[in-house]
Design a protein around this ligand. Structure first.
Ligand code: ADP
Length: 480
């Protein structure tokens, strides 16, 4: 089966979050299920620099008023199609934000162009290759299924995956004339959304099926609290809404061979974690001692519950904990952790920014990773935590609920616990979870058993890739 995957980020070329990891890892995992994936991504500077020997396969004089070329290339096992449109994507900032952290004013056009190009490929515009199915990811590609539906041509089915419903791609109706869609596309059955235009909504409406990245999140987004305006549209698609939990690249994230950590280790012998723990403390300027070392590797946002954690630092330190935070995000949250670090020197520290190698060392050396998210579609850092024996302390929501077995007495007795989970996601909830974590840490035998149990969990793509492959097959054979 040939699949065209379309996304705005892909690891290892360009990444702002878990979306990139999934888009980069899934094609390799699907290969074993007989699925051949080509992935269409924008030609950002980082992509154009990294990719060698790209060759043109389709040229546009006018793709939403911009010149563009689609290039074919291979990169680290990935079969890529790159939308090279310098006036849209060759910019100094990130994929979505300019150097001042503001959304590019023409994001609607940039990602409509990506979707339009994807739709053209799906309709057979590239010679000698036509996908059997199109898999689109998040709002940036939401228009693609709509372009297919309104093309009036026979088109392959599409699957729309929602990685985070908080980002919906909402714009005013004034952009409609520029999208190249027929007038009837601006309707409730089309791309209209609360009086404007919704890219994610368009995809949910037009795709053959919709999926999200965990079974719990698939249920949560049907409610007003989590659906954020999309719950009604999703309810109308509920029969075709699937929750498939993400995996991780178990080769990139492998404590036995990871070159980015100080000392490798395996379930058979966790002693070397101590060396990594010392390296983390050193890197963050924290005191060297035996008490539990907590870490955070995250966007610093309200979604991630980082305000709750900042408020709980005063509880964590007196109990003997240390905290290392790696992240960037909302300025007031960065300030809150800087303030906590100033109040508790040697016990709390923050490194702001994005540092992939350091994130590996932190998973390998910290005792626990804190993830108090208010909502979490899947979450990847708890999966890395499981693989590295870094106990996840998580809010019981979304994918965190589906991947972590709470260390309640029954789970401990059955030796199946892999972490600590709490609800509701409040200050008090997190405080209680921290107290439980300290108690468990004091019982080093139970702690070690939990680490080993987590390291044994299958967090690879094996199972979920099979579920995606089965869904693809169902969608492509439907109606035949
Ligand atoms: P989200 O996609 O909502 O940000 P996920 O847990 O799904 O959250 O994925 C986040 C990914 O980004 C993980 O791979 C995590 O390790 C990585 N990450 C987040 N912040 C940082 C950072 N400051 N430095 C390095 N990696 C980070």
């Amino acid at each position: 089966m040939n699949v065209l995957s379309v996304a705005s980020e892909i690891y290892p070329l360009i990444k702002t979050g878990g979306l990139a990891d999934v888009v980069g890892a899934l094609p390799l995992a699907l290969d074993e299920h007989g699925v051949r994936t080509r992935t269409l991504i924008p030609g950002y500077p980082a992509v154009m620099r990294a990719v060698r020997d790209a060759s043109p396969c389709l040229h546009y004089d006018d793709l939403l008023d911009h010149a563009a070329t689609i290039l074919e290339a291979r990169h680290e096992g990935l079969d890529l199609l790159i939308l090279d449109a310098p006036s849209l994507f060759d910019r100094a900032g990130g994929p979505y934000l300019d150097t001042d952290g503001q959304d590019y004013g023409d994001n609607w056009r940039r990602f409509a162009a990506l979707s339009r190009a994807g739709a053209d490929i799906a309709l057979g515009r590239i010679e000698a290759w036509r996908p059997d199915l199109v898999h689109v990811h998040d709002w940036q590609t939401g228009l693609l299924p709509a372009y297919l539906r309104y093309s009036g041509k026979p088109a392959p089915p599409s699957l729309m995956t929602i990685h985070n419903i908080a980002f919906q791609g909402r714009y005013g109706v004034d952009i409609f004339p520029h999208l190249g869609l027929p007038p009837d596309a601006y309707s409730i059955e089309g791309i209209e959304y609360w009086g404007g235009i919704g890219y994610l909504k368009a995809g949910v409406q037009a795709a053959a099926a919709v999926s999200t990245v965990s079974p719990t999140y698939a249920e949560e987004i049907l409610t007003g609290e989590f659906g954020l305006g999309m719950e009604g549209v999703l309810a109308s698609r509920a029969g075709n809404l699937h929750g498939i939990v993400n995996g991780i690249d178990a080769d990139v994230w492998n404590p036995e061979r990871d070159p980015l950590i100080k000392a490798n280790y395996s379930t058979a012998n966790l002693k070397n974690r101590g060396k990594n723990k010392r390296a983390v403390a050193e890197r963050f300027g924290l005191e060297q001692e035996d008490g539990p070392l907590f870490c955070v590797v995250s966007r610093l946002t309200g979604q991630k519950g980082m305000d709750l954690l900042a408020e709980c630092v005063g509880d964590l330190v007196p109990q003997g904990g240390r905290l290392a935070v790696l992240g960037s995000g909302e300025a007031w949250l960065e300030d809150a952790f800087r303030h906590a670090a100033a109040q508790h020197p040697g016990r709390v520290a923050i490194i702001t920014g994005y540092d992939e190698p350091l994130s590996h060392l932190m998973q390998a050396g910290s005792d626990a990773i804190l993830i108090p998210s208010r909502f979490e579609p899947c979450g990847l850092t708890q999966l890395y935590g499981l693989r590295y024996g870094c106990i996840p302390v998580v809010a019981r929501t979304g994918g965190l609920n589906d991947t972590i077995i709470d260390a309640n007495p029954a789970a401990l007795a059955a030796k199946v616990a892999t972490g600590i989970s709490f609800a509701p996601t409040t200050n008090d909830g997190l405080r209680r979870a921290l107290r439980r974590t300290f108690r468990l840490y004091a019982d080093q035998k139970a702690w070690l058993a939990m680490q080993k149990q987590g390291m044994k969990s299958d967090v690879s793509w094996n199972k979920s890739a099979g579920v995606y492959a089965a869904l693809y097959t169902r969608l492509t054979t439907k109606g035949r």
